[in-house]
Design a protein around this ligand. Sequence first.
Ligand SMILES: C=C(O[C@@H]1C=C(C(=O)O)C=C[C@H]1O)C(=O)O
Length: 326
Amino acid sequence: MRNQIYFRLPFSKTIFSNDVSSENHVVQFTSFDGLEKLDFKGNLQNSSVNELLINPLFSKDLNFKLNKCEEESEENYTKKLDEVISFIQKNKIPKLVISRRKILDLKDKNINLSQSFLNLIKAYDNAFTYLFRTENACWLGAFSEVLGKFNKENATFETMSLAGTLALNKTWTSKELDEQKTVSNYVKSVLSKYSDEVEISETKDHISGNIKHLRTDFKLKLERKNLENLISELHPTPAVCGIPKEFCKTAISNFEENPREFYAGYSKVETTDEIYYFVNLRCSKIHKNAAEVFVGGGITAQSKALNEWAETELKAEAILKNLEFF
Ligand SMILES: C=C(O[C@@H]1C=C(C(=O)O)C=C[C@H]1O)C(=O)O
C-alpha cells in the first residue's frame, strides 16, 4: 500500500492529496526525536470534498490495533507532574514540556475519518490540517504552529514562538508570559546566527478554537542552502521540549511513558512558491479499535499539576469534538 495524505494549508480553501505519478517527495513528517522520517511521494493534486466523501476512510477499515487501551489516569498524571515541578525547581530550569496520550476506546464505534478531517478544516481556518494513512499507521491532526515558512522567490524565512495556554475568557499571568518569553528568547538566539536583521513582532493572542496562546512572529532573509540546518537547529523548540534542549529531551524520555513518535515532531510541505514546516500538535493516531490523542503543556516552577491536567483535557477537545462517528 502506498502512503497517502490529504491536507489543507492554513487559510486556504484547497484540499491537496498526493497522486502516484512521480517519485517526488511532496510531504514529509519527522518524529519528535528526529530519527524517523515518513515520506509521501507523488505530485500535489487538488482533491475535493466530494472525492473524500464518495469513498470515506473509516477507523473500522484500518488493519492495525492498539494493544493497550488504558490511559494514564488524572491521579497518576498529576502525581507525575508534581515530581516534574520539583525536578524543575531542583535543577533550576525555566521550562520542560510534558505530554500524555488520551485514549478513546472505540469499542463498537466507528470514526468516519474523512468527515472528521473536513470538520477540522472547518473548525480551524488557521491550521495545517491533515489525514494520512500508511501500511501500518493513520494520523489526523490540525494545528497552526509554524516552525518555518520559506518563500522561494524573495528568500524570506518566517517562524513564530507560540506558548502559554488559557481558556479564551481567562487573563494571562506571569506563568504564561514567562513561559512564552523563554521560547521567544531561544528562537531569537538561533535566528541571530543566520542574520543580523531579524524582524520581531509584538506578542499577541493566538486563538485556537476554545483556547488561546501567546505568539510572537519572526522574519529574516535566509540563504536557501541554510534552510534545513536552521530547521534542525530550531527543532525541538522550547514550545514542545524545554530549555536546555538536550537536558529536557532526556528528562522527557524519562518522565513520559511512551516515545512521542510524530507528536511534537514536524511536517514539511513544498509547494511551487513556498516550503512550509508545521509543528505536529493537536493530533491523533488512529487504530481500528482506538484513537490516541497526544497532548502536553509547558511545565514551569510556577505550574500547578491540576491546572496542567485541565490544559491537556482542553487541548484534547480540539480533536475529539471534531470526530465524526458513523
Ligand atoms: C505541547 C502542546 O502545545 C504547545 C505547548 C503550549 C503550552 O505549553 O502552553 C502551547 C502551544 C504549543 O506550542 C500540545 O498541544 O500538546
